[in-house]
Design a protein around this ligand. Structure first.
Ligand SMILES: *Cc1c(COP(=O)(O)O)cnc(C)c1O
Length: 394
């Protein structure tokens, strides 16, 4: 018996456990001090009422012989795929129903998609980044090239024709930086992928946070992307499904490599290794795409975005360099002069009791930066920003 030794090459992530340890130590030493968490990486608002209704009524379906559902299609129920298809149509993206795959979330699909790619591929991953992209490729032993997201490129790296790769990860709006590619910038990546026979894995988990009309909410709004990109979406941040679990992945049939339609590989992978998302959850997810569900879920997003704006406006006023906050729940700021990410973390915690996330935890290029999130209450966000101000105005 031989284990997959690639797993031994994974780096332990101590980011969130170190944060918890530091916060607990601070709390023990300062029992009377208030702590405000602007490091929350999960939604905090409950499911929309219309979604709950859908979940409850589908649960009742399952308790009656006439409406009971057993195994469903691995790729997802038609009623939900049709809703997703129409959602894309409103973005100006025409998809066929069998180009859409319903999943239990973007993270699973982002990892599982690698099943259809040889381990003998070179992968391009921006840094700093959502850690799943790196770890899933390390597990398979693929070569990884990091492309630097920096202050100079606004944390939106662009392709370099001198660097050759086969698989490219893009996340826009980005976690952790909140930076969003515009159509011209995404167009450059599409052009690179088409001319190098590469495939873009586009993580669109935060597309619902995009408010500016001219910014792309899907890579397929870029001409030619259907020939080089797979898109991963999730209801986690769109509709508070982090604990309920539902997402969808688009694999266009026009995406062909080595004369093989990747859609058929993914279909085969899913029908073999996956048995679909629960009928109950898909009925809840269906409600997200109804006019009422859209209204209710966008209300929660608007609330988070108002918090993001409170943070971003304060930083702008204080002259602090940052990205995000406008079309994303994340704000990525430069640490105060002379502080590295962890020193800045300690400084905020000890001086004002505000907890954020050190940028270096998302990759080397994150050193000297810091992530704040919009998932706390408006009151706490305002309070934290008033405290933040005191650190810069003295
Ligand atoms: C939260 C998040 C996801 C969504 O993951 P789910 O498995 O759908 O909950 C995907 N990508 C990024 C960058 C995220 O931050």
């Amino acid at each position: 018996m031989k284990i997959n030794r690639n797993y031994l090459n994974l780096q332990d992530s101590y980011l969130f456990s170190t944060i918890a340890k530091k916060v607990n130590a601070f709390r023990a030493a300062n029992p009377d001090r208030e702590i405000i968490r602007l490091g929350i990486g999960d939604v905090t608002k409950p499911l929309a009422p219309v979604v709950v209704k859908g979940l409850v009524s589908a649960s009742e379906d399952q308790g009656r012989a006439e409406t009971f559902h057993g195994y469903g299609a691995e790729q997802g129920c038609d009623f939900l795929k049709e809703k997703v298809r129409l959602y894309y149509l409103e973005k100006g993206v025409e998809l066929e129903s069998d180009e859409i795959f319903i999943s239990d979330g973007a993270k699973s699909d982002l990892g599982n998609i690698l099943d259809i790619f040889s381990a003998d591929n070179t992968v391009l991953i921006p840094s700093p980044v959502y850690p799943v992209y790196v770890d899933t490729n390390v597990m398979d032993g693929r070569r990884i090239i990091h492309v630097k997201a920096t202050e100079e490129n606004g944390f939106l790296p662009l392709p370099d024709q001198k660097i050759k790769c086969d698989i490219i990860y893009l996340c826009s709006p980005n976690n952790p930086t909140g930076a969003v590619y515009d159509k011209a910038q995404l167009g450059k990546w599409v052009e690179y992928a088409l001319s190098n026979d590469a495939v873009i894995l586009f993580d669109s988990a935060y597309e619902a946070f995009i408010g500016e009309k001219e910014l792309p909410t899907s890579i397929y709004q870029i001409k030619g992307a259907e020939k080089c990109a797979i898109e991963f979406c999730s209801l986690s941040k769109t509709a508070g499904f982090t604990g309920t679990r539902c997402g969808y992945t688009v694999v266009p049939k026009a995406l062909v490599r080595e004369n093989v339609v990747l859609n058929s590989l993914w279909l085969r992978r899913q029908t073999t290794k996956f048995n679909g998302v629960s009928y109950v959850v898909q009925r809840g997810a269906e409600q997200v795409f109804t006019p009422e569900g859209y209204r209710q879920t966008r209300e929660a997003i608007a609330y988070y975005k108002e918090n993001a704006k409170i943070i971003s406006d304060t930083l702008t006023e204080l002259g602090i360099w940052h990205t995000g906050g406008k079309n994303s729940p994340y704000i990525w700021l430069k640490c105060k002069d002379g502080y590295d990410s962890w020193q800045f973390f300690d400084y905020l915690l000890e001086s004002i009791g505000v907890v954020g996330t050190p940028g270096v935890g998302f990759g080397e290029e994150g050193e000297g930066f810091f992530r704040l999130t919009a998932f706390n209450t408006k009151e706490n966000t305002q309070k934290a920003m008033a405290l933040f101000r005191t650190l810069y105005e003295k």
